[in-house]
Design a protein around this ligand. Structure first.
Ligand code: ASC
Length: 128
């Protein structure tokens, strides 16, 4: 368990930072900003599927204080927040599976479905 709420905040922010790095690289490949590399894409997708399991643990009670992007609404509507995080986990697991196939259209769809979780949750629970 975390010793201080700051440790919990650092933990979840670290996970989000790694998520953004890995997810952003996939986005760059799909948008043609860099060459598509199926092997790298798949590694990124596996990383995102694993990383998506981490942040929730850092949203402990009392860690709604301080200068973070997390809105208090997270703790007021914790079960909805938890469900949204679980949806990200499911969709990114499906994306990791899709990344093993040559069906680029299905891959793009799985990516877009996963991306919707990021934005959908940020719109409600993150300061801009
Ligand atoms: C990213 C990133 C997000 C999401 C979001 C998708 O690469 O950092 O927060 O994608 O923009 O809609």
């Amino acid at each position: 368990n975390f010793k201080e709420t700051d440790d919990a905040i650092h933990y979840r922010q670290s996970a989000f930072s790694m998520l953004a790095y890995n997810f952003g690289d996939m986005g760059a490949m799909l948008k043609g900003k860099k060459p598509f590399d199926a092997q790298v894409f798949s590694l990124r997708a596996e990383n995102v599927a694993a990383l998506s399991k981490l942040p929730l643990e850092g949203f402990i009670a009392g860690s709604d204080k301080g200068e973070t992007g997390a809105l208090p609404k997270i703790w007021a509507e914790k079960s909805d927040f938890d469900a949204k995080m679980k949806q990200l986990q499911e969709d990114s697991a499906a994306l990791a599976i899709a990344s093993k196939s040559d069906d680029r259209k299905a891959l793009k769809q799985a990516f877009m479905k996963t991306a919707k979780n990021c934005k959908g949750c940020h719109d409600v629970y993150k300061k801009d």
